[in-house]
Design a binder for this molecule. Structure first.
Ligand code: DX5
Ligand code: ZN
Length: 215
């Protein structure tokens, strides 16, 4: 069993309210909100006004994934725009400890994300301070990419750290998640599955969310 965070990046942006309401009425645990700046990643998604608009209709917590450079500049603004959780990239934060403390001061759940090439060991000194570790299973920037297989090993390593030291962070995986890889991801220790195109391109998205959750 896993919690599901449907990624709004794959929604129909001309029908955002409808798609947010679909998520509200589903068994999803969160709404995953991807913020891309065209600098940290080679794509631009959307920014604060759209996040606010999603929040206005959302009945699930907003899990905001900041794929942006210098995220410290925008933490407060995204918190005000409705973020419950704020996840920054390890690769974008030279002073990650300070950034995590800042997120806590804002009253949000602090998360840290790792690109596919970054080993989980780099987080050993911050694991006790975060609520969430997000493992990217594709290179960030686009929905609909193919799942990278070495993600399983990273999840297992992270789960072993968690058990060994008694940490409480949740493990989230993001990119290329579907019903083929979800069961093994859960088996290796994933708590939250992000799924974008697999949910929104399915004939019955709410049912797909339920099926993923039973993985
Ligand atoms: C990718 C984003 C993901 C994306 C997932 O950079 O962080 O959250 O929306 O989309 P799928 O599930 O289509 O790979
Ligand atoms: Zn994401």
């Amino acid at each position: 069993m896993a919690e599901i965070a449907p990624s709004i990046l794959a929604a129909d942006f001309a029908n955002l309210q409808r798609d947010v309401e679909m998520i509200n009425s589903s068994s999803a645990g969160y709404i995953h909100v991807d913020i891309m700046d065209g600098m940290f990643v080679p794509n631009i998604s959307f920014g604060l006004p759209v996040c606010e608009a999603i929040h206005k209709h959302a009945q699930k917590p907003l899990d905001v994934h900041l794929m942006i450079e210098q995220p410290d500049r925008y933490l407060e603004a995204f918190r005000k725009a409705g973020a419950s959780g704020l996840t920054v990239h390890y690769e974008a934060c030279p002073h990650l400890h300070r950034t995590i403390q800042h997120i806590k001061e804002l009253g949000a759940e602090p998360g840290v994300a790792l690109n596919p090439h970054t080993p989980v060991e780099v987080l050993s000194e911050i694991m006790g301070d975060v609520s969430l570790i997000l493992i990217m299973s594709v290179n960030p920037g686009f929905g609909g990419q193919k799942f990278i297989e070495n993600t399983y090993r990273k999840i297992a390593t992270l789960d072993s750290y968690r058990k060994k030291f008694g940490y409480n962070f949740k493990i989230e995986v993001d990119g290329g998640v579907n019903l083929d890889n979800a069961p093994r991801l859960v088996q290796e220790g994933v708590d939250i599955l992000v799924a974008g195109s697999f949910v929104f391109s399915s004939p019955n998205p709410a049912q797909t969310i339920a099926e993923l959750g039973n993985s």
